[in-house]
Write a protein that binds this ligand. Structure first.
Ligand code: NAD
Length: 292
C-alpha cells in the first residue's frame, strides 16, 4: 500500500524534498501558505491541499519544513494534532530552537503520536538532489519508522539521541562552522598582510594543522581551492542571514544549559555586523570582507 505523506512548508528546501518523496513512490499531500510554492509542488507530482489540516487528514506521516519554532509550534498545535490519524508519525525537518522542538514532541507523544526532530545539513542543491544529511532526535521506534522516509530525501540519516538532540547537533555543528569560517578568513587576511600569496598560504595550511572544512571545501577566497561561492562574488551557497539564525539558536541553547561558547558568541556578533550592512543575502564566506 502506498504511504501517504502530508508535507507542510514547500519553500526553498521543502519544495525539493517533497519532489524527492514523490520520486520515491510516496503519495504527497502538499500545503504551503504560498500559492507559488503549491503550484511548484503540484508540478512535481504532489497533490494540493486546502490547508494544513486537510493535508494531514488520513496521512500516514507528516513532514514539516518551516521557517522557525513559532511556525512549527503553531502548525502542530492548531492544525496537525487535531487532524492526524491515530498513530501517525511526525517529522519536523525545520531548524528551530531546542526548547520548542522538545515541547512539540512531548505534546505529540502525550497525544499518542510518534515524532522526531530531523533538521538537515546541506542547502537547496542538496534538497533538490536528495543528498541532505538528517540529524534525528527521538525514540528508537520513531527513528526506525522515520528512517526510510528520510532516506528518500537524503544521503545520510543519523540518530542523534532523544527528542531535541537533532536540533542540538545541528546548531553545535553550525556554530563550529561559523567559528571556523571566521577564523579561516582572518588567517587568510592576516597572511596576505604579512606578504604571503593566498594560494601559497592555502597550499601550506591545507596540509597543516590549521586545515578545516571551511578552508579546503569552502575556501572563502576566489581562485583558491575548489570552486566555491567566493568564485561567484559570494552569491548562492549558505546565506549570512541563515548562518546568523543558527548562531542565535546556538547562543540561546548555550544559555539554557550554562554552556560557555565564546567563539560562537564572537561569530554571532560578526555575522550580525555583516547582516546589518545589508549583506544578509550573500554567502557566509563573505565575512572575509569584514576582516580584510
Ligand atoms: P523558506 O522561507 O524558503 O520556506 C518556508 C516555507 O514555509 C515558505 O514557503 C512559507 O510560505 C511556508 N510557511 C510558513 N508558515 C507556514 C504555515 N503556517 N503553513 C504552511 N506553510 C507555511 O525557507 P527554507 O529555506 O526552505 O528553510 C526552511 C527551514 O530549513 C528553515 O528552518 C531553515 O533554517 C532550514 N534550512 C534551510 C537551509 C537553506 O539553505 N535554505 C539549509 C538548512 C536548513
Amino acid at each position: 500500500m502506498t504511504t501517504t505523506i502530508a508535507f507542510i512548508g514547500l519553500g526553498n528546501m521543502g519544495g525539493g524534498m517533497a519532489a524527492n518523496l514523490v520520486k520515491n513512490g510516496y503519495a504527497v499531500r502538499a500545503f504551503d501558505l504560498s500559492e507559488d510554492a503549491l503550484v511548484k509542488a503540484e508540478a512535481a507530482g504532489a497533490t494540493r491541499s486546502t490547508g494544513a489540516a486537510d493535508a494531514v487528514a488520513g496521512a500516514d506521516a507528516v513532514v514539516t519544513m518551516l521557517p522557525a519554532g513559532k511556525h512549527v509550534e503553531a502548525v502542530y498545535t492548531n492544525e496537525v494534532f487535531g487532524a492526524a490519524k491515530p498513530g501517525a508519525l511526525f517529522l519536523d525537518c525545520s531548524t528551530i530552537d531546542v526548547a520548542t522542538a522538545r515541547r512539540v514532541i512531548e505534546a505529540a507523544v502525550a497525544k499518542g503520536f510518534e515524532m522526531v526532530d530531523a533538521p538537515v545539513s546541506g542547502g537547496i542543491a542538496a534538497a533538490n538532489g536528495g543528498t541532505l544529511t538528517f540529524m534525528v532526535g527521538g525514540e528508537d521506534a520513531a527513528f526506525a519508522k522515520a528512517k526510510p522516509i528520510l532516506d528518500a530525501m537524503g544521503k545520510a540519516v543519523i540518530h542523534a539521541g532523544g527528542a531535541g538532540t537533532g536540533q542540538g547537533a545541528k546548531i553545535c555543528n553550525n556554530m563550529l562552522l561559523g567559528a571556523t569560517m571566521v577564523a579561516t578568513c582572518e588567517a587568510f587576511a592576516m597572511a596576505q598582510k604579512l606578504g604571503l600569496d593566498p594560494q601559497t598560504f592555502y597550499d601550506i595550511s591545507s596540509v597543516s594543522s590549521g586545515q578545516s572544512w571551511s578552508m579546503t571545501s569552502y575556501c572563502p577566497l576566489p581562485g583558491v581551492g575548489p570552486q566555491t561561492p567566493a568564485d561567484n562574488d559570494y552569491q548562492g551557497g549558505f546565506a549570512v542571514a541563515l548562518m546568523l539564525k543558527d548562531l542565535k539558536l546556538a547562543t540561546e541553547a548555550a544559555a539554557s544549559v550554562n554552556a560557555s561558547v565564546p567563539m560562537g558568541n564572537a561569530a554571532e556578533a560578526l555575522y550580525q555586523l555583516l547582516a546589518n550592512k545589508g549583506e544578509g543575502g550573500r554567502d557566509f564566506s563573505s565575512i572575509i570582507k569584514l576582516l580584510s
